[in-house]
Design a protein around this ligand. Sequence first.
Ligand code: A3P
Length: 296
Amino acid sequence: EKAQGAIHRFPLIKVQGVPLMEHIAHNWSSIWAFRPDPSDILISTYPKAGTTWTQEIVDLLLNNGDAEVCKKAPIIARIPFLEIFSPPPIPSGLDLLKRMAPPRVIKTHLPLQLVPEGFWENKCKVIYVARNAKDNLVSYFHFDQMNLTQPEPGPWDQYIHKFMRGELAWGSWYDHVKGYWKEREKRNILYLFYEDMKENPHREVMRIMKYLDLSLPGDVIGRVVELTSFKAMKDNPMTNYSFIPKPVFDHSISPFMRKGEVGDWTNHFTPEQSQLFDEDYARQMEGTDIPFRTSI
Ligand code: A3P
C-alpha cells in the first residue's frame, strides 16, 4: 500500500524550459551545485540512445576487461545517475556520488546547458552517445510503458507528436543532440553514434579506449566487445535492469533489453507517420550536419 503510494507516474516539471521528472525538478539546486573531480568521466545521452551499453563498455575498459568487476554490482550502483532522485529508500545519484571516491563514471541525460558547470571548468572527459531519432523514439515509447515512474506514454500516434514537440522527460531530442554536437570540439566531447557501435563495436570500443587515454591489448578489447554484446548484457542480471523491482520497471510489459537493433522503427511507423516525421525533422534539424543513419 505504502510502496504503491510512493511509486507512481511522476509528472514532468520544467527546469529552464526542459521537462524533467518531478523529483529532479524539486531537487534541481543541489544537482546544479554538484562539483565533479577533474578525474570524473561523464556519459551523457538522450534517454534510450545506448546509455547502459556505453556505461558497461567504459566500466570494463577502466577495469581491464575484468568480467568479475562488472558482475559484482548493478550498473546503477557502479555508475551513479547524476540527476536521479527517487522516493526513499532508493538512494539519489548525489547520495551515491558522495559515497564514492573519484575517479567516478557518472551518467546523465541532461541537455548540455543543464550539465553542472564544474564538468566543463574541470575539463572532465565527456562521452556523448546519439541514436537516430526514429529508433530512439521507438525505444523510448516501449520504455515509457514499462517504467512506471515515467509519464503515461499514451497511444503510439500521439507519442510521435510528443516526441516531435519535445514533451517527454529530458525534453527535445533535437535540441539534445544538437547541443552537444555544436560544442563537441570546443569542449573535447567524444560524440558517438549507436549505429556505429552496432556496425563495428570493436572500432567504437577502441575509440572510447583512446579517448580515455588507455592502451589495452587486443585480447582485452575483444573481451570487452564480447561482454557488452546485446545478448551478454541481456543475460547479465547486473546490466539488464532486472534488479529494479516490478512496481518500478515492469519487464513483462517490455524488457529493458528489448531488441537492441538499428531500424526497428520500420516496424512501428506507417508510411504516413514516417513522412510526417521526416518533414518535421527536416525543419528541426535544418542547418545541422550530424551524420545520423536510420539503417546500417
Ligand atoms: P531498444 O529498446 O531499441 O531495444 P539506454 O541504455 O540509453 O536506456 O538505451 C536502451 C536501448 O539500448 C534499448 O534499445 C536496449 O535494448 C539497447 N541496448 C542496451 N544494451 C545494448 C547492447 N549491448 N547492444 C545493443 N543495444 C543495446
